[in-house]
Ligand binder design. Structure first.
Ligand code: FAD
Length: 470
């Protein structure tokens, strides 16, 4: 390759080139303007597409906000008459928070979020800390956004409020029963039909739109054989008990891990409630689950675990059991003028706490890819580039989530001992180059939380243009 600077340029004065291999060695140079080449950005103005968004879950709302900010007209069609979110807590990891801030959501989220200081992995039997990730200040310093936990209902209403403030129309009680992907139209249950330049279906794990994309072929779910009890404990009850009150003193995530089971906990509602997700082996048919016996069954699952944990479990007054499944890797997310994203495209085990975060990344990635269109004829390219970039990322996150389902669940024995030994340096505050704790492992951390969805789209468009020139 011929150097652009000509033969006389001193090598140390030449502009740096981002390596094509995974490396952080040029992070320092990002702080000095002009030292790294920048990717071309979308230059044409927005085409102002008329976009029909199906689903007003977390993914649908974020996508509509991102599309509207990019200059399109987004209208949301949601089947339920009353909006809401089922379940209690949700983590907003830094890769998601960074995007939400850019979309202008910081002030909408601030009143509701808790910012945990760290994530502690604890031994199932006695609660001993066996792995530790420092979130404050490390995640803000390295990934330029905090790591939040929040009540789902609060996260949802923050997005809803922002969408309202932006004038986005949300039609409730509007169940989509049919799609015409060639025309870009949807038909509602009452027979009314709407046509747009693009339909974005964010209609969740049971997606109808996915069937259209796959042309009637069913996506196979990977059932790793787990279910989760979800519960919330009254913090006042915990504060009055000296055996467990210490866990509320500093905001943190605590995960007890053991044979085939784990319990993830953190406070939500800005410290007002204690959220628990209790994962355990279960291959039974959800249709046979009985809400009356769930509480008792949950307590039996964790008999013999750390007395602090079982005491907190004893304070749970009601719980719901939730099936945990992972979607399989799809080879397409688009057909004609229809695209799916969020859980519809990439349902995953919640073991990386990244399902909704992937929908947030999808939303801005789609908006960015559409910004490169110079005419309506380029919709196919814009969707193909979006699909290529996002299938790779979300597929890897599905894989990382499944891997945690193995790493956390070793029975006591050589693998568990080797895993715990590998996490010792992070607990002792020593330096380390690898960790089975995927929040700490340096390579996984940079891939997971340092990912920049818009940059990946810019890169893919640049490559596509390069390929087209040849
Ligand atoms: C136990 C558990 C813990 C989790 N923890 C985390 C976490 O900590 N962090 C994280 O990022 N993710 C987490 N997730 C994943 C996260 O909850 C999901 O990935 C996310 O909520 C998916 O959002 P969505 O908008 O794609 O789908 P949904 O939330 O399912 O929304 C789909 C919407 O579409 C509507 N809809 C469906 N069909 C139609 C139709 N035909 N017409 C009109 N509307 C329709 C539905 O009513 C719904 O409102 C967790 C999941 C579980 C189960």
């Amino acid at each position: 390759m011929v150097s652009r600077e000509g033969p006389g340029t001193v090598p140390s004065q030449r502009p740096l080139t981002m390596p094509t291999y995974p490396s952080n060695c040029l992070q320092f140079a990002k702080t000095i303007e002009g030292t790294l080449p920048t990717l071309p950005k979308p230059t044409s103005g927005s085409l102002g597409l008329n976009i029909l968004v199906v689903g007003a879950g977390l993914g649908g709302l974020v996508t509509a906000i991102a599309l509207t900010q990019a200059g399109h007209k987004a209208t949301i069609y949601e089947q339920t008459a009353v909006l809401g979110e089922v379940g209690a807590g949700i983590q907003i990891p830094s890769n998601s928070a960074r995007i939400l801030f850019k979309l202008g959501l910081e002030s909408y989220l601030k009143p509701y979020v808790t910012t945990p200081e760290s994530i502690s992995f604890r031994r199932w039997q006695n609660g001993k800390v066996i792995g530790k990730t420092r979130l404050i200040p490390d995640f803000v310093n390295n990934f330029h956004a905090p790591y939040y936990v929040v009540h789902r209902a609060d996260f949802h209403s923050a997005l809803y409020q922002k969408a309202q403030d932006m004038g986005i129309q949300i039609r409730l009680g509007a169940r989509v029963v049919d799609y015409d992907s060639a025309l870009g139209s949807i038909t509602l249950e009452d027979g009314t039909r709407y046509t747009g330049d693009l339909i974005v279906a964010v209609d969740g794990i049971k997606s109808v739109a996915r069937n259209v994309i796959l042309d009637g072929e069913k996506m196979l779910f990977r059932n790793p054989g787990f279910a989760a009890y979800r519960a919330v404990v009254d913090v006042n009850r915990m504060r009055n008990d000296p055996d467990v009150s210490w866990i509320l003193e500093r905001p943190g995530l605590n995960i007890w891990i053991g044979d085939s089971r784990h319990v993830m906990t953190y406070t939500i509602g800005a410290g007002k409630a204690f959220n628990m997700v209790l994962s355990h082996p279960d291959t039974s048919d959800p249709a046979t689950w009985d809400v009356q016996t769930a509480l008792q069954a949950m307590k039996i699952e964790f008999l013999g675990w750390d007395p602090v944990l079982t005491k907190i479990i004893g304070m749970v007054e009601k719980t719901i059991k939730w099936p945990l499944v992972s979607g399989s890797l799809l080879n397409r997310w688009t057909r004609g003028k229809l695209v799916i994203l969020g859980d519809a495209a990439h349902a995953m085990l919640p073991y990386m706490s990244q399902g909704a975060a992937m929908a947030v990344e999808d939303g801005v990635a789609l908006a960015r890819s559409l910004s490169y269109m110079q005419s309506q004829e380029q919709l196919t390219e814009a969707l193909a580039i979006f699909e290529k970039v996002r299938i790779l990322r979300a597929g890897q996150m599905q894989e990382a989530s499944l891997l945690n389902g193995q790493l956390w669940h070793f029975a006591d024995g050589p693998m568990q001992e080797a895993r715990d030994a590998a996490m010792e340096p992070e607990v002792e505050g020593l330096s380390f180059s690898h960790s089975p704790n995927q929040w700490s492992d340096p390579a996984t951390q940079m891939w997971c939380y340092g990912y920049e969805a818009e940059r990946e789209i810019d890169q893919a468009w640049a490559e596509w243009r390069g390929l087209r020139k040849e």
